[in-house]
Design a protein around this ligand. Sequence first.
Ligand code: NAD
Length: 507
Amino acid sequence: MQTILPLPTQPVKPGTSTGQQFWSSTEKTIDSYSPADGQLIARVHPSTRADYDRVVETAQAAFTEWRQVPAPRRGEIVRQMGEQFRRYKRELGTLVSYEMGKSLQEGLGEVQEIIDICDFAVGQSRQLYGLSMHSERPAHRMLEQWHPLGIVGIISAFNFPVAVWSWNAMIAWVCGNVCVWKPSEKTPLTALACQQIITEVLRNNDVPEGVSCLITGGHTAGEWLAHDPRIALLSATGSTRMGRAVATAVASRLGKSLLELGGNNAIIVTEHADLDLAIPAIVFGAVGTAGQRCTTTRRIIVQDSIYDDVKKRLASAYAQLRIGNPLDESFHVGPLIDTDAVKGYQQAVDAIRQAGGQFVVEPGLLDEPAFASGCYVKPCIAEAENNWPIVQHETFAPILYLLRYTHLDDAIAQQNAVPQGLSSAIFTLNLREAERFLSAVGSDCGIANVNIGTSGAEIGGAFGGEKETGGGRESGSDAWKAYMRRQTNTINYGATMPLAQGITFEL
Ligand code: NAD
């Protein structure tokens, strides 16, 4: 039997998830257009400042109850959410694809990430472990405990419109926090759909109003979260420009932020690489999601002796790429998010030409009737130099830079010589090369792979990057610790009061 996505009927409104909805009809609407066909999908009311304050007050009240719910019980509620996402995987994945423009396979994959993080969070809910330590004082015991923080604000980017929320929210919830989510203004409908999908679970489990909140709007709504001392942790995913503004605002109130910002990811291809592995990994990494992943492969650094071969193979692989409607599974590459992104692509192409770059695969706009949204561009490859300003910059489009090297240490130096530090990879069958790349003198990125590309990640590992990528870690491993506060406890079960460090204090 076909399930029907419980999308709300018009008008769609922000608010808390289990009934109350706060909105103002006087505000200009956020209009969501599909980059696939240029159609207006829906109009969404943005939250006003008054809406925002009521949402945060409701979240604060919810936290006083939610933090007392045992963590495994919170995990059980997240488990039920995972079941809901399994039920609506096809519908939500299709909406992600239609609203954001990524391929249907990738849209479904994004919902699968939600399901996976729900499963992960369920297990995590029974593993919020603290350490115990041996005290230097007799008859004393030391331990640490982890407590919830309060309200976790989540600002998300358009390119992973639902998965990034779930990485944060599912872990934040099992840790005992409540969440206020501000999705990208470019993809508000997918966010509203997620809220609708979990509403039944929240209601069935009598979860207090305000545990899961959604506000809509652009950067102004994000700034409310950044400046608000009631937001205990602000997890922000997006451009480095946004991260700098958020980090500064949160730091000025001595708050906590978790930043997941831009990448400029490279693959080193050595003379010992298996090119049958490397070429598909490079092509998928560079053109998947039309080059709009934070982990998109933007640079490849190829050893001199195989440079021409790699160039030829890539050009022939790109010639086979089919560009078209992301909902049609026969196409490899869909549109960019909007016409502003197309302008960014064109400006980058101009900058490459001005710097003297040669295109191995030519760029271009697609303007036939099938591409009427004006958002479809050709993935391209340019021979470039690593130090050119345009190569140092993350252009969120399918532009791949081809760089060359002679000695591995030079390749690693080029790979590291960008302001960003998210994802990196080496293709080699040589153990020494692989281990050097992973060592302390190797890649400086948060993610370093061997014989797989830069793009995408499994939820089991901690995800994030260094330098201008922001330093945050989300998802697996011990990333949960960012969503809790650590408390060190010392207990004296003896009959004397010895001081630490051998200090005596006689009365
Ligand atoms: P963006 O920075 O334009 O917007 C991201 C979010 O920040 C949106 O919700 C936006 O409304 C909000 N925002 C913008 N300015 C703000 C401000 N001054 N204060 C508070 N909030 C503000 O980014 P985008 O175009 O949506 O996404 C693309 C960028 O996101 C790329 O740079 C990409 O690499 C990055 N990204 C990083 C990761 C990661 O995990 N490292 C994941 C996905 C995307």
